[in-house]
Design a protein around this ligand. Structure first.
Ligand code: OGA
Ligand code: MN
Length: 295
């Protein structure tokens, strides 16, 4: 089958056929993937039997990789995967299920909240590429909310109100939302809040998007409770079911999403019983959404 992208009706995501991601791609295939990403914001590739090297090699063909060298909650000696990967599995480096009260598990439970990857970094994530090595028999879907639709369907008054708002994001704000606040001094240093625009412009599509995330902990110039109550309202609007594509994983799926145009979250599954071995690479944005911040 030649390269082809079909919309997953009635949703926005696209399903890609006719490409083996383990092979170096032609320029025209790479252009087609970027064009597909611009249009669909989420692309699903089935039946890719990739190892980490192949996953990373494919990623590098799409842009500069965001590594986890700078700030991390996993200690170097505990890492299961190389620094170019975000380990979103429920496994430790001996391939054993993380214990119920493991700190890494506490952090990864934050992925159950709607978020945009690395919005807590000055230069946030552009694409995330998540590969399903082992998927649980039940639960653990990943859901995606279309933040273009979310923006477009706001009323004119709200659009005007939010146009220039700046939010504060930190990986620690999202964890605090689910009641985890046992942060070390190192966590506090690593995850100092960064600033992000609430409304983003997507040049390739000439569209605006809402740039939201569970990592938001405030709006510059607003009292915190007023900000957080408003953020909740916007979240509710942005994640209504009509705007959401839910991905049911099959082993060998690679899913790419555009963090500038979507939010995502993982749904509940029995992580004390089933292995869910998911590995993510990330491509960074060209620059910050608020000028003058150090990377
Ligand atoms: C991620 C993430 C969701 C999932 O990799 O950034 O949020 O389904 N993962 O594991
Ligand atoms: Mn994520």
């Amino acid at each position: 089958m030649p390269f082809q992208i079909k919309t997953i009706q009635p949703k926005f995501a696209g399903e890609v056929f006719g490409v083996d991601l383990r092979q170096p791609l032609s320029d025209s295939d790479i252009d087609a993937i970027h064009a597909g990403m611009n249009k669909h914001a989420v692309l699903v590739f089935h039946g890719q039997q990739m190892n980490d090297e192949e996953h990373l090699a494919f990623t590098k063909q799409l842009g500069p990789v965001q590594t986890n060298a700078a700030a991390n909650v996993i200690k170097a000696e505990e890492r299961r995967l190389p620094l170019d990967f975000s380990d979103v599995s429920n496994l430790d480096k001996n391939e054993k299920l993380l214990a119920r009260d493991d700190r890494r598990r506490m952090f990864s439970l934050g992925n159950r909240l709607w978020h945009s990857d690395a919005s807590f970094r000055a230069i946030p994530a552009k694409y995330s590429l998540l590969y399903g090595h082992v998927v649980p028999p039940k639960g653990g879907d990943t859901e995606f909310a279309d933040m273009r639709q979310a923006y477009d369907t706001l009323d004119a008054e709200t659009k005007a109100e939010i146009e220039d708002l700046i939010c504060e994001h930190s990986n620690l704000f999202s964890r605090a939302l689910i009641g985890f606040t046992e942060f070390t001094d190192e966590d506090m240093r690593n995850f100092k809040p960064v600033l992000q625009r609430l409304v983003r412009y997507h040049p390739a599509m000439d569209r605006k998007t809402l740039f939201m995330s569970a990592h938001i902990g405030g709006i510059v110039g607003w009292p915190k409770p007023k900000a957080m109550a408003f953020v909740r309202d916007l979240m509710e609007h942005a994640t209504q079911r009509d705007f959401v594509y839910a991905h049911k994983w099959q082993q060998g799926d690679l899913v790419i999403w555009d963090n500038r145009q979507t939010m995502h979250r993982v749904r509940r599954f029995d992580d004390q019983k089933y292995v869910r071995d998911m590995r993510r690479t990330t491509i960074m944005c060209e620059g910050p959404t608020v000028a003058g911040q150090a990377a």
